[in-house]
Design a protein. Structure first.
Lengths: 351, 264
């Protein structure tokens, strides 16, 4: 008698364990991701025109001595650059995850839906008409530009009969991105600011300085905390708006906050690296595959793996063909485009 | 005794009203079914009750209180809603989806408590989904998926269940299966059920209260004997119905029907 009861109980525990397998996988994925990220950051710092050993990287970060050239290179050039890459990656990935969850659109990505090109366009405008604008104001305009992009794309997408389908939004996004990109380039040519803009469009983190990070960090920190607070509500929204309302969620409020967080994240990232696409598309899909459908985990893992992707992309960009740098955007597109085609082939079905 | 009072509601988009000045009282502890032709505003009415759509005029009262003035989370503790086109995101397991039904009862970051687990397990058991509880929803059949959504609504622990065409896209046996489950929930637990059904005979067989609509207005409401008459079916659907009695419920059913010669 007792043994069978125990067996049943044991079976129950096994069931419970399986049920919790998603959170378990999420925690493992988070830890593995963080360790890999730290390792990748170290590696990225040590590679470059002047070879520096991992040991020197360690001492430069934790026992800095201003007399050593290697330490100075690390402190002044490589560390801000790699941290910039990590921040940008995390921002794009989390922005993509939120957008996918809120809209149930598997093709949602700040690049594909016109946010990035909107922000980049606004930066071109700033360079042309307000040269020498402090970085603090540049990123504010970058947020505005991201907002402009998304408003135009959603505006065009919803004019069409039959409403906003994932595919339609992506088409509108592509058209608007092309338009804003062309306008930005036009402005750059006309006002001869091509040089200033070149690295923005090419998408590079090479120009990242400490003061950039100082200005960006508070914004990003607040937006990331916001994303984590919203994450459970986003899971609910991803079940469909009517379901979310039925479960007692104030969907309008959540959507507004979600959009604000997305604009800050995408705008901040573009102000560092330019209109790099696909990070926000690829990473949330991969994390969703690993950790399941709970956005509490999708968002936290996207943060880590987005950072990892861009740090690695930057590392490749610098090491493939030294001393020249391949644009980061091109390297990520190399993975992103096939991934996009794969998702589009599935018909852009709702998430 | 009424639990939901719909008073003089007008619902629509900008200038076109889909439901116009409709009043009806939903009795507590009974199965109420809304019937009517396509586009008559059945789903629209249900969406207004579910507070997905705002009423332009009039109001819906839950236990005497206007629903849009109550906190939406408080409403969600009283009333669960299953929309017509519920599709689960990929990769979600049955257990996970059902567990979201506990949202209105959770606070903070939303960890499930013992009570939540009990509700979830009960909802999964009563809908006969136990063996599927760890399967991804997309691996289930249409009938099973519908059960999962019902289980989620049940896990919400409300005494009112609102369902928009819960039997659509299901074959005959699975339709009956869902309706018998709802009947059981009503009989054994006294839950109030409000739904839209397209099948008149199912509506008549399973409900104690019927609401017939046409062109956004109430044509007639009452028990199946009062609503399921040849005259009413002509008024509502413009059909010439041959009536009979359902051998299971003794309620009137439509045996077969013909269109009127002068049909619009």
């Amino acid at each position: 008698m007792t043994t069978s009861a125990e067996a049943v109980e044991g079976l129950g525990k096994l069931e419970e364990l399986q049920r919790r397998s998603h959170p378990v996988r999420a925690v493992v994925a988070l830890i593995v991701g963080l360790i890999t990220l730290i390792f990748a950051i170290g590696l990225s710092i040590s590679f470059g025109a002047a070879d520096i050993s991992l040991g020197t990287v360690w001492t430069a970060v934790f026992h800095f001595s201003p007399d050593l050239t290697a330490h100075q290179i690390i402190r002044d050039i490589r560390l801000p650059r790699v941290l910039g890459a990590a921040l940008v990656g995390g921002c794009f990935a989390v922005a993509g995850a939120i957008m996918q969850g809120m809209t149930r659109n598997p093709l949602a990505d700040s690049g594909l839906l016109g946010l990035n090109s909107g922000a980049a366009f606004m930066l071109a405008v700033c360079f042309a008409f307000f040269p020498g604008l402090p970085y603090m104001f540049l990123i504010l305009w970058s947020f505005v530009g991201a907002g402009l992009g998304v408003v135009i794309v959603y505006g065009i997408g919803s004019i069409a009969k039959g409403g906003l389908t994932p595919m339609r939004l992506v088409l509108a996004g592509a058209a608007v991105s092309a338009l804003l990109g062309a306008l930005g380039e036009g402005i750059a040519l006309y006002y001869r600011i091509g040089q200033d803009l070149a690295f923005w469009y090419a998408g590079g983190v090479s120009g990242t300085k400490w003061y950039h990070l100082q200005i960006l960090s508070p914004w990003i920190l607040v937006a990331m905390i916001g994303a984590l607070i919203l994450s459970r509500s986003i899971t609910l929204l991803s079940l469909g708006e009517e379901i979310a309302i039925g479960l007692g969620q104030r969907t309008g409020v959540i959507k507004v906050w979600g959009m604000i967080v997305v604009l800050i994240l995408a705008g901040a990232a573009v102000s560092v690296v330019g209109a790099v696409g696909f990070v926000g598309l690829i990473i949330p899909h991969i994390t969703r595959y690993i950790v399941g459908h709970d956005y509490r985990w999708i968002i936290s893992c996207s943060l880590v793996y987005g950072a990892l992707l861009v740090v690695l992309a930057d590392l490749f960009a610098r090491t493939i063909n030294p001393p020249y740098e391949v644009p980061i955007g091109a390297i990520i597109a190399f993975i992103g485009v096939p991934f996009f085609l794969y998702l589009a082939r599935k018909g852009g079905k709702e998430l | 005794m009424t639990v939901l009072e719909i008073e003089h509601v007008a619902i629509g988009y900008s200038s076109t009203l889909i439901v116009d000045d409709l009043s009806v009282a939903i009795p507590k502890g009974q199965i109420s079914t809304i019937i009517g032709p396509n586009g008559c505003g059945k789903s629209t009415l249900l969406k207004a009750v579910a507070r997905v759509l705002r009423t332009q005029d009039g109001a819906v009262y839950l236990d005497g209180k206007a629903i849009h003035q109550l906190k939406t989370k408080e409403v969600a503790k009283r009333m669960a809603i299953l929309p017509q086109t519920a599709t689960a995101p990929g990769g979600l397991t049955v257990f996970e989806l059902v567990s979201y039904g506990r949202f209105p009862h959770q606070t903070g970051f939303g960890t499930l408590r013992k009570e939540d687990y009990e509700y979830i397990h009960w909802a999964i058991d009563v809908t006969g989904l136990r063996e599927f509880s760890d399967r991804p929803i997309e691996a289930l059949s249409g009938g099973q998926r519908q059960r999962v959504w019902i289980a989620m609504a049940l896990a919400q622990g409300t005494d009112i269940l609102i369902l928009d065409e819960p039997t659509t896209y299901l074959d005959l046996a699975h339709q009956l299966d869902i309706l018998l489950l709802l009947q059981k929930l009503n009989k054994e637990e006294g839950r109030t059920i409000v739904m839209v059904l397209h099948d008149l005979n199912h509506a008549s067989r399973f409900s104690q209260f019927m609401i017939a609509m046409r062109d956004g207005q109430l044509v007639v409401n009452g028990n199946p004997d009062e609503v399921m008459t040849k005259e009413n079916l002509q008024k509502v659907f413009n059909i010439d119905a041959t009536m009979a009695l359902c051998p299971y419920s003794n309620n009137p059913i439509c045996l077969s029907y013909q269109l009127y010669e002068n049909a619009e």
